[in-house]
Design a protein around this ligand. Structure first.
Ligand code: PHE
Length: 450
């Protein structure tokens, strides 16, 4: 146990955890959901769910991870030996493989778009929708980018907790914030800024239907990386002095801020170009935005810069998240089977390569291959976001709220009674009652919504 990796600094902990949370979920998925579900009202509902459902799950994961100092499977073995709770840990590792497989497909597209932007190939006069669908169904290039992205992820994870994850998060996250602020500035100076801001800031509650509410909970879970033991794994590298409640709160605030700022980048830009729609779905950042870059800047160097920075931002965000999914599985294989970290990471990368290729092919050669009526990409997405994450969230909060020794939980939440005693009481209430019940609703949505 003494040889386990460990984060070296508090800021490293917050940046690495925020790095896991901030990802394609914020910059690609969040604006897509906001666009589809009517803007400001969706954001308000989303923020409530972050605070009352996802935050308690994250704090619970921190408690389990730090109390056990083990990977997400062994954590349950250490804290509740011989009990079936370990199933939640296995589910998490399985989900880690699934998420990383389909995530690396979208991350691969991002890498391609970053390269194309860099080579100034996303210039005007092209049909970007046709370009996108030709690319994702190409028999070679999307696969090559999946491989490249996974190798990049592997390279960081194999270097270890402090030398890899913490070190790279420490420079990638600040860079990401700088790029975001530059892009928000550019976007707000565009002519459609007012309209875009209105869409984001003026709630229209008539849009909040049951379906919208349920999408908001799912989005909160995915975006904060909770429910599959990712934060259990990271917290197992936390030092004793880390304060769990404020750290979780910081991660939630940073994640939500980045999501909303992504809206501030995308919607003013989209409203600046007549004829483009805010509810373009997943194509929003790969089809709509290249149109925006060209129409708004008329092929000038500013358009080039905006486009390049945007895809670099998306790439950085994807990478800091993918390393955390990879780490769930690597930590497990490393500790359970006694393989070196490098070998364990190589096993994970290989398995995810197979999964990633299968997901990518479901847009091309394997378009007709369906399992339960879905291609691999949709199946993996569905299984994790609608099935394993909610179930995991319920199990994790029930475990901390009702199964773990009360004194141990209180000691973790308050660092042995030295801080945040009131906050700990509020959180314990959320963990025992509000989160498991609320999350049960997502789970039902997973079944009934399909
Ligand atoms: N939170 C990440 C995002 O927003 C996705 C993620 C899910 C990361 C699960 C780790 C675990 O993109």
């Amino acid at each position: 146990m003494s040889e386990r990796g460990r984060f070296g600094s508090k800021i490293g902990v917050v940046l690495a955890s925020a790095g896991s949370a901030v990802g394609l979920g914020n910059i690609w998925r969040f604006p897509t959901e906001v666009g589809r579900n009517g803007g400001a009202a969706f954001i308000l509902v989303y923020v409530c769910f972050v605070l009352f459902l996802a935050l308690p799950v994250m704090v619970s994961e921190f408690v389990i991870g730090r109390a056990s100092k083990a990977n997400t499977v062994d954590a349950y073995r250490v804290l509740a030996p011989g009990k079936p709770w370990v199933t939640a840990g296995y589910m998490g590792v399985f989900a880690g493989f699934l998420v990383l497989s389909f995530y690396s497909v979208v991350a691969g597209w991002t890498l391609h778009y970053a390269v194309q932007s860099g080579m100034n190939n996303l210039t005007g006069g092209q049909d970007f929708a046709a370009l996108f669908s030709a690319f994702v169904s190409h028999p070679f290039w999307p696969l090559a980018y999946v491989v490249l992205f996974l190798l990049l992820t592997h390279w960081v994870v194999a270097r270890g907790v402090q030398e890899g994850i913490e070190r790279y998060s420490k420079w990638m996250m600040p860079l990401l914030f700088i790029i975001i602020f530059v892009l928000v500035g550019c976007s707000l100076s565009m002519q459609g800024a007012r309209e875009g801001l209105m869409f984001l800031l003026k709630p229209d509650f008539s849009k909040v239907t049951g379906r919208v509410v349920l999408s908001a909970i799912g989005q909160a879970f995915f975006s904060l990386s909770v429910g599959i033991g990712c934060m259990v794994t990271y917290a197992s590298y936390f030092g004793r002095q880390m304060r769990l409640v404020p750290s979780a709160l910081h991660v939630c605030v940073i994640d939500t801020l980045v999501a909303v700022l992504s809206g501030f980048i995308i919607f003013p830009a989209v409203f600046s170009v007549p004829g483009l729609s805010v509810d373009a779905g997943p194509g929003l950042v790969f089809i709509t935005l290249p149109n925006v870059f060209n129409a708004a800047f008329g092929g000038s160097w500013l358009g080039y810069l905006f486009s390049l920075l945007f895809y670099l931002l998306l790439l950085l965000a994807a990478l800091t998240s993918s390393i955390s999914m990879h780490e769930i599985c690597t930590a497990f294989i490393h500790e359970k089977y006694g393989l070196s970290r490098q070998r364990a990471a190589a096993v994970v990368t290989l398995i995810c390569l197979l999964g990633g290729v299968a997901c990518s092919l479901s847009f091309g050669a394997w378009r007709e291959v369906k399992v339960f009526g879905m291609g691999f990409f949709d199946l993996f997405d569905y299984l994790t976001a609608k099935f394993i994450m909610p179930l995991g969230g319920i199990a994790i909060t029930l475990f901390v709220g009702w199964v773990m020794e009360r004194k141990m939980v209180a000691a973790e939440l308050t660092n042995a009674g030295t801080c945040h005693r009131h906050a700990a009481r509020v959180l314990l209430f959320l963990i025992r009652w509000v989160a498991p019940l609320g999350v049960a609703v997502i789970f039902l949505n997973g079944f009934l919504g399909k």
